[in-house]
Design a protein around this ligand. Structure first.
Ligand code: SAJ
Length: 407
């Protein structure tokens, strides 16, 4: 019993390693040869808490990495599912391509598990027709399962073992087989349901979080107008046994929460009003931060944005992922020449991604007057005294100096 995990990115890699370290025979496949070579050379391709330890265990147990698809009875697909910004529809092309490749090598009765987040209805609309067009009978030649991932970047390894899971399958026997497979490492409840319910549940979870963050962000704007302390208000409100407001911030980034709600807006434009408003509120936050920066520059008669430094390029703290990051969104909504003058630093990002990027914290600090905390990385939290003499705009509420400006 061997599984072939397709896609060795943020989800596929930790999942493959987790299975392998629990004595399941695993081959990980990715079309990116460079990535496969890196893994075979023993190098992790991204940073994540405790992933290095899991990697060593999985390698010791014999996990294989290759660009080839393997002939086996179980496939787990964890490829990206981007969305089309204009149509607001999911782009299922990577999933479809992976399935096509699986069909070239799989034996009769193979199970294909899709872990990638997909919009509700994707399997019916895009996956089934492709499988059938290739002459396969679903339920006989190939069984389809949707087992959406739920792990949070920054704490993936822990959550892989400790979160509950959903297995969507239209055949209870198949559901049971896949449930047994995940039981090898998952210590929490595994619920089996239909494919459609599993698809919808995943998107509903991320949308819930987006709406809750939007509420916090809208409160931040309301409180700003009359100089009320939004953090104190949320802190106290959350003492209520049935209130749990999340934290305002510079915007919602990452490849999940800022994307998945659009699937519902795209499919139900006449019904998904609250969901759409929440997206708009969260997307407006980078511009709100920009306005705050202008106010503060005016107040301190600082005329050039070249004296402003943005701390943090990633979408949240202690990860190296910059997809849809509020900092990048903010730079995008600035005029080009201003965006290239503003200074940026992130200890987690080693590649040059934007014009005014620094790779040394002290040099960065020596050239700015205003520091805008866009991400609350531990590096900063542990070195707060370094920025004591700067004018600080803290969008993450991590800095406790009296003079700090907040959202
Ligand atoms: N954020 C705030 N305020 C908050 C919480 C988050 O502004 O109070 C911002 C973050 O800074 C970040 C964005 O929201 O920019 C999203 O971060 P996150 O930590 O809330 O979530 P993700 O995108 O890293 O992971 C989410 C998780 N989903 C839920 O918690 C419902 C994770 O469990 C999913 O597996 C993941 O999406 C996914 O892959 O779908």
């Amino acid at each position: 019993n061997m599984i072939n995990v397709i896609g060795l990115g943020y989800i596929g890699l930790p999942t493959a390693l987790m299975f392998a370290s629990h004595d399941i025979e695993v081959t990980g496949t990715d079309y990116n040869k460079k990535l496969v070579d890196e893994l075979n050379a023993g190098h992790l391709t991204f940073k994540e808490n405790n992933l290095d330890k899991l990697f060593d265990e999985a390698v010791a147990k014999g996990i294989k990495f290759t660009t080839e698809y393997i002939t086996t009875d179980t496939y787990i697909i964890a490829v990206p599912t981007p969305y089309d910004k204009n149509s607001k529809m999911v782009d299922a092309s990577y999933v479809v391509a992976a399935i096509k490749n699986v069909m070239e090598v799989c034996p009769k009765d193979a199970i294909v598990v899709i872990e990638s987040t997909i919009s509700p209805g994707t399997i019916d609309k895009y996956v089934r027709p492709i499988v059938e067009a290739n002459g396969f009978v679903i339920g006989e030649d190939i069984h389809l399962v949707h087992a959406p991932e739920r792990i949070i970047p920054g704490n993936m390894v822990y959550e892989l073992e400790h979160n509950s899971r959903t297995i969507g399958a239209d055949n209870p026997k198949i559901a049971k087989r896949i449930k047994d497979l995940y039981t090898s490492f998952c210590k929490n409840e595994i619920i089996t349901t239909t494919i459609r319910t599993a698809e919808m549940t995943k998107v509903v979870e991320n949308t819930f979080r987006d709406i809750n963050i939007a509420y916090a962000n809208e409160l931040a704007k309301i409180c700003r107008r009359d100089s009320m302390d939004v953090y104190e208000i949320i802190r106290i409100a959350n003492k209520h046994p049935r209130v749990n407001i999340l934290s305002p911030g510079p915007g919602v980034g990452g490849h999940c929460i800022s994307v998945d709600p659009w699937f519902l807006v795209g499919d139900y434009p006449d019904l998904a009003n609250l969901i759409w408003q929440a997206r708009k509120i969260n997307d407006s936050m980078p511009e709100f931060v920009l306005d705050r920066i202008h106010d503060i520059m005016k107040k301190h008669t600082i005329n050039s944005v070249s004296r402003v430094g943005l701390y943090g390029l990633t979408y949240k703290e202690n990860v190296d992922d910059v997809r849809e990051s509020p900092t990048l969104q903010m730079l995008e909504c600035m005029q080009r020449h201003l965006a290239s003058e503003i200074k940026v630093y992130d200890p987690w990002v080693h590649k040059d991604l934007v014009a005014g990027q620094y790779h040394d914290f002290d040099t960065f600090l020596s050239e700015i007057d205003i520091i805008v905390i866009m991400v609350g990385h531990s590096e900063l939290r542990e070195n707060m005294e370094k920025i004591k003499n700067k004018i600080i705009l803290d969008t993450r509420n991590v800095c406790e100096f009296e003079s700090t400006y907040r959202l």
